[in-house]
Design a protein around this ligand. Structure first.
Ligand code: NAD
Ligand code: IPM
Ligand code: K
Ligand code: MN
Length: 369
């Protein structure tokens, strides 16, 4: 079979630091498994602004369109925070999602037993937690028009954005949520604020209709987003699949990360619709950002980035066995007592980014032996 074309976009801050550890895993897979990757690197975010004057230059978009899968790091940082809105690093990831039509952002939040102690909640509330947030990622208030900052005729200034969802946008992401629920515990919780937002009311109406006509076997419930945040922080194990808009999904997934132990652990996949010949654009990235507060210190947790590569193997290349193997390797490292600072518990050994990455490779070696 043809080599798999992989585009790697490290980005800014801890992005390149944690990506370095994934490159070891890619090399390992190349050497030890029957698959060969053609790895191409590209510029995105602040790094691309510095080199080419745009957070997602056309050269990067071309590489992205040609790739079989994209592994993305993180973008942003204080260096670029004062740039005009149209030229911020964050536009890098937003353009990739929008222009490639990556509308379904899958954010699994799992607690592995060795990490239950690292959660912000009592261990018994999270042990065995396994939920999936399906976040819409090309619509809503992130892209709605009109938006801007303006001065009104009376001299007052205002800033404004628009939350808007079409029936088609809701339907296609709802289908992804329902399909995932079917493969898991058959429960879908759709989240909005139908009590105060017209777009939320419409969201609930459309999701209900999709459920009735196409997924009557899936148990669908609806929850207001504020209540969902409270429920996630107090009884997270009640959830299986959570379906949410772009903004609510963003907020709820950071919350889910705290509940599972750390932002440094959670991967994501962002998928587009398959084209007629079955090819589907897909991008994989940790849900965390460039973590400027710890960048350059060599202490970032590489697990979320490594687990994003596991999701890539599973979702883009159908390499389920290899994905599991990689996830197991990470779990064994944690069970063995190695911890980066963000998931430190008493009695564990505190290590940096590269020791963590090396330990994952060692576990892979043992499993393949
Ligand atoms: P952040 O996710 O970068 O960091 C939040 C906190 O979590 C920080 O204290 C950080 O040190 C910690 N953290 C994050 N990842 C970690 C890891 N792997 N290991 C250990 N600790 C980790 O969010 P922020 O500070 O709000 O944003 C920083 C920059 O990142 C901003 O410019 C923001 O826009 C950008 N951002 C980008 C993405 C993306 O690239 N998709 C996602 C989120 C934020
Ligand atoms: C994320 C980030 C992005 C988002 C930003 C950087 C545009 O927070 O990927 O979760 O809000 O989607
Ligand atoms: K990221
Ligand atoms: Mn976010």
């Amino acid at each position: 079979p043809a080599n798999k074309k992989l585009l790697v976009l490290p980005g800014d801050g801890i992005g390149p630091e944690v990506m370095r550890e994934v490159r070891r895993v890619v090399d390992w897979m190349d050497r030890r498994r029957s698959v060969t990757f053609d790895v191409v690197e590209g510029l995105v975010g602040g790094a691309a602004i510095d080199a080419e004057g745009h957070p997602c230059p056309d050269s990067t978009m071309e590489k992205a369109r040609a790739a079989d899968a994209i592994l993305f790091g993180s973008v942003g940082g204080p260096k670029w925070d004062t740039l005009p809105f149209e030229n911020r690093p964050e536009l890098g990831i937003l353009r990739l999602r929008k222009d490639l039509g990556l509308f379904a952002n899958l954010r699994p939040a799992q607690v592995w037993s060795p990490l239950a102690q690292a959660s912000s909640l009592k261990a018994e509330l999270v042990d065995g937690l396994d939920l999936m947030i399906v976040r819409e990622s090309t619509g809503g208030i992130y892209f709605g028009e009109p938006r801007g900052i303006e001065t009104l005729p009376n001299g007052m200034r205002r800033g404004f954005d628009t939350e808007s969802y079409t029936e088609e946008e809701i339907t296609r992401v709802a289908r992804i949520g329902f399909e995932l629920a079917r493969k898991r515990s058959n429960k879908l919780t759709s989240v909005e604020k139908a009590n105060v937002m017209q777009s939320g009311r419409f969201w609930r109406e459309v999701v209900t209709a999709v459920g009735k006509s196409e997924f009557p076997d899936v148990e669908l419930s609806h929850m207001y987003a504020d209540n969902c945040a409270m429920q996630l922080a107090s009884r997270p194990k009640q959830f299986d699949v959570i379906l949410a808009s772009n903004l609510f999904g963003d907020v709820l997934s950071d919350l889910a990360a705290a509940v599972t132990g750390s932002l440094g652990m959670l991967p994501s996949a962002t998928l587009g619709a398959p084209d007629p010949d079955g090819r589907r654009h897909a991008l994989y990235e940790p849900i965390h950002g460039s973590a400027p507060d710890i960048a350059g210190k060599g202490i970032a947790n590489p697990c979320a980035q490594i687990l994003s590569f596991a999701m890539l193997l599973r979702w883009s290349f159908g390499m389920e066995e290899d994905a599991r193997m990689l996830e197991n390797a990470v779990e064994r490292v944690l069970a063995g007592g190695l911890r980066t600072a963000d998931i430190m518990v008493s009695g564990a050994a505190r290590v940096g980014t590269s020791i963590m990455g090396e330990a994952v490779i060692r576990e892979l070696d043992k499993m393949a032996a």
